[in-house]
Design a protein around this ligand. Sequence first.
Ligand code: TRP
Length: 369
Amino acid sequence: MDKNGDFPARARNLFAFSGRVWYTDKEYFQGYIMAESQRQSLFSAVQPSGAVTIGNYIGAIRNFAKLQDEYNCIYAVADLHAITVRQEAAVLRRNTLELMALFIACGIDPEKCVLFVQSHVPAHCELTWVLNTIAYPGELSRMTQFKDKSAKHADNVNMGLMDYPVLMASDILLYQAALVPVGADQKQHLELTRDLAIRFNNRYGQTFTVPDGYIPKDSGARVMSLADPSRKMSKSDENPNGFVTMSDDRDTILRKFKRAVTDSEAEVRYDPEHKPGVSNLLVIYHAFTGKPLAEAEKDFAGKGYGDFKLAVGETVADALAPIQAERARLLADKPYLNEVMKRGAEQAARIARRTLSKVYRKVGFYSGE
Ligand code: TRP
């Protein structure tokens, strides 16, 4: 820029590469740079471990897309985490591709976010090694998820399962993320991430941003199992009628909603304590229509549960149809998905490398320079 704060004439029409996008408009680019530099970074990841439920969609993935205009968003498919429990190699590969396609189909725009596969960026493992040297076995073995998963996979309690939260800390800290949208089950891991960041900063000097959890303004209530509304909807429910996945077809969705547990009254009213089943259906209806709960109740005033369940099922099926179509279209275009992953991994690696170099310098690794 010259002393008038203007760009040299010859550069005026070039504009400009932001790291992601070429701009031809100077004002726009300057605005972009401003916005970009003032934006906080936000990181999140989802494991490619099979079916994604509408609960995951409402609670997490859908919000990822909403955040991309406000923050520097970095989203990963966490395949390194997935192998802490046994995976079939071919299935893991397929799930990785499918989750990538689903992310994009749900509105995550690879032009606006950094979207990548965790194992494509070696820095995640490299930082994990360093952080392992400041993490204590005691604090890791105390993690609720470690205890739960150890009980559930008693035949495969491995070091990776215990180290899982350190890898997760590396994911977050590499990108200097200020914010991390996580569900309740990951809060403890985020706490540990903060502890490790603070511990490292204290020992070696300011290196990592200490992240906060991000709870979206309209986080919506938790989606509960259709078969047992006292439990969270989960793809590991033995009863497949308890959960609806993002790839269930229309008939399956309608059938699952038809069988949803309600109560013996015949009034559609939001009252989670006394009417958990009906309330859960109202929450799902609200999540997919955007209608406030009170208005949702009105839609079903005087109607029977049969009609109500059918209407909620249809709403969900209608909402998922375009996402499913887009996901299928993307999965048929593997070269595109490969290209997105490749570019995402390059962008991620560039950011991650900066942090990792700093870490290596601080701990005293000889750089050869
Ligand atoms: N452990 C998270 C889950 O299963 C996924 C994950 C991996 C993650 N790395 C992360 C979430 C970093 C937030 C930030 O839900």
